[in-house]
Design a protein around this ligand. Structure first.
Ligand SMILES: Nc1ncnc2c1ncn2[C@@H]1O[C@H](COP(=O)(O)OP(=O)(O)OP(=O)(O)O)[C@@H](O)[C@H]1O
Ligand SMILES: [Mg+2]
Ligand SMILES: [Zn+2]
Length: 457
């Protein structure tokens, strides 16, 4: 009889130990260990299978130009680096209800073009539930199979029978392999199932897209292990209270990782937004408002104009509050320190709140100058003219440092009808290229502040 062996496995990172631990020595999380039973065949039975692959010289390896096919959604293709690569395995991760099933079902129509067969394994919903959604999204196809199944052995059998070119697993946490006794969604199950899927992808040349749920902490439930195994990791994010959704690439073996796709969630599915700046700016008031500044950030290869708001007021707490939504808290403290030291703006008795409109997260330093101006204008009750865009990183001595892709940012501001943009002088751009926007170069924080505020009458 096979011996039963139990292991304690960290459900966050997959770390294994023989006994219970309160804190994971690998990822540092508390209370993440769960006992999982793994059947172990005796060592004699376990044969090592050698395959006939031998090392070869790099110059002699033949390249099979990976074939890509379109998902039919331009934004999705861009995030993938130009479409799905045949024989690759993609992980689509996101919060519950964000629209993971929706986006993959929506791709059903175009990935099944030219008679290409796709198998959509719905482990969470019944076939008729999927059909209802398909009707709502207007998806119909003669080569898209829907299979409501959680047992991996049955799924494998259907893969062999149908021989699809694309396999979608919705979701990896809901399927289970009978070879493993632990429950669906546990690290061992996810690891085992993903291993089988990798094997299917590479050996049968099937493109596999796997849906993964994200836990409260923002990890893909349990296994970071999963991220290492797959070729591409894509996160689907969004604000629960807003209809827009962002598709962000975290890892890509076939393209860059800094692309972002923007969508709007409607009754009839996800709509691509090819000009996100317009969407993020359309609620803005056109009047002069102290503390409101438009900045040009970069999302992937695309510029994005967004509004930053600051609120500064006398504190009623023993120590003043600093609250930042959408920008790094320590970054905000640093900007405030520079404002105090280099500009002489006294904020020691003031609460400072900074908010990026639209629930976006900005993680690039090019937003510094915008944040500084939002705080400074609010503190002094003056305004940056609403037709002005601000770009620049702030150094600790108050100098304004160069940012990347400045040309694209200026073009975006020009395209959306802004009249003026403040940029770092050290970028040395060719001003004659831009006819419809006035470019002001600033060397130091003080220059930027005076040139903005002078314009307010
Ligand atoms: N008429 C509608 N009926 C149902 N859902 C709608 C409708 N219109 C828009 N939606 C959106 O679709 C979302 C559900 O999408 P979907 O089922 O694809 O998400 P999911 O990420 O797969 O969720 P889960 O984690 O439950 O699998 C809802 O949260 C809602 O925002
Ligand atoms: Mg779903
Ligand atoms: Zn761990």
């Amino acid at each position: 009889m096979a011996k039963l062996k139990t292991k304690w496995i960290c459900q966050n990172c997959g770390y294994e130990t023989a006994k219970y631990l309160g804190k994971c020595p690998d990822c540092g999380q508390w209370n993440t260990f769960v006992e999982e039973v793994t059947e172990q065949s005796s060592p004699i039975q376990k044969k090592i299978v050698l395959n006939d692959i031998k090392p070869c010289l790099i110059n002699e390896i033949e390249v099979d130009n990976s074939i890509r096919f379109s998902t039919g959604i331009e934004e999705f293709d861009r995030v993938l680096g130009g479409g799905l690569v045949q024989g690759s395995i993609v992980l689509l991760a996101g919060d519950p209800g964000i629209g993971k099933s929706t986006i993959l079902l929506q791709t059903g129509k175009s990935i099944c073009k030219d008679g290409r067969k796709a198998l959509y394994v719905s482990a969470e919903e019944s076939a008729s539930q999927v059909k209802l959604r398909a009707q709502r999204l207007g998806v119909n196809s003669n080569s898209l199979y829907i299979y409501s199944q959680t047992n991996f052995d049955a799924i494998k059998q259907q893969i062999n029978e149908i021989k699809p070119e694309i396999l979608i697993i919705d979701s990896i946490q809901a399927v289970y392999s009978t070879d493993i006794t632990s429950s669906p969604g546990s690290v061992s199950q996810i690891r085992e199932c993903t291993n089988i899927l990798m094997d299917i992808a590479k050996n049968k040349n099937i493109t596999v897209v796997v849906i993964g749920h994200v836990t409260k902490e923002g990890n893909i439930a349990g296994p970071k292990v999963l991220e290492h195994m797959v070729d591409t990791v894509i996160y689907f994010e969004g604000d629960r209270y807003k209809s827009y959704r962002l598709l962000r690439c975290m890892k890509n073996r076939f393209g860059t990782t800094n692309e972002v796709g923007v969508f709007n969630m409607c009754d009839d599915g996800l709509h691509e937004i090819s000009n996100p700046s317009e969407m993020f700016l359309n609620e803005r008031t056109k009047n002069n408002t102290p503390g409101s500044v438009i900045i040009a950030t970069n999302e992937g290869t695309r510029p994005l104009l967004i509004e930053i708001q600051a609120l500064v007021g006398t504190t009623s707490y023993p120590s003043p509050r600093r609250v930042s939504n959408g920008i790094d808290y320590n970054r905000l403290l640093q900007i405030l320190a520079v404002l105090e030291k280099r500009i002489g703006l006294n904020l020691s008795k003031q609460d400072v709140y900074v908010n990026v409109i639209g629930g976006l997260e900005i993680d690039e330093p090019a937003a510094d100058l915008g944040v500084a101006l939002a705080v400074a204008t609010c503190a002094r009750d003056v305004c940056v003219s609403p037709d002005t865009v601000i770009v620049g990183e702030i150094g600790l001595s108050g100098e304004i440092r160069a940012v990347n892709n400045l040309d694209k940012r200026i073009k975006e501001a020009e395209k959306l009808g802004f009249k003026r943009i403040i940029v770092p002088a050290s970028n040395k751009i060719n001003k004659t290229e831009f006819k419809n926007i006035q470019i002001t170069e600033a060397e130091r924080l003080m220059d930027a502040i005076t040139s903005c505020i002078n314009r307010v009458e």
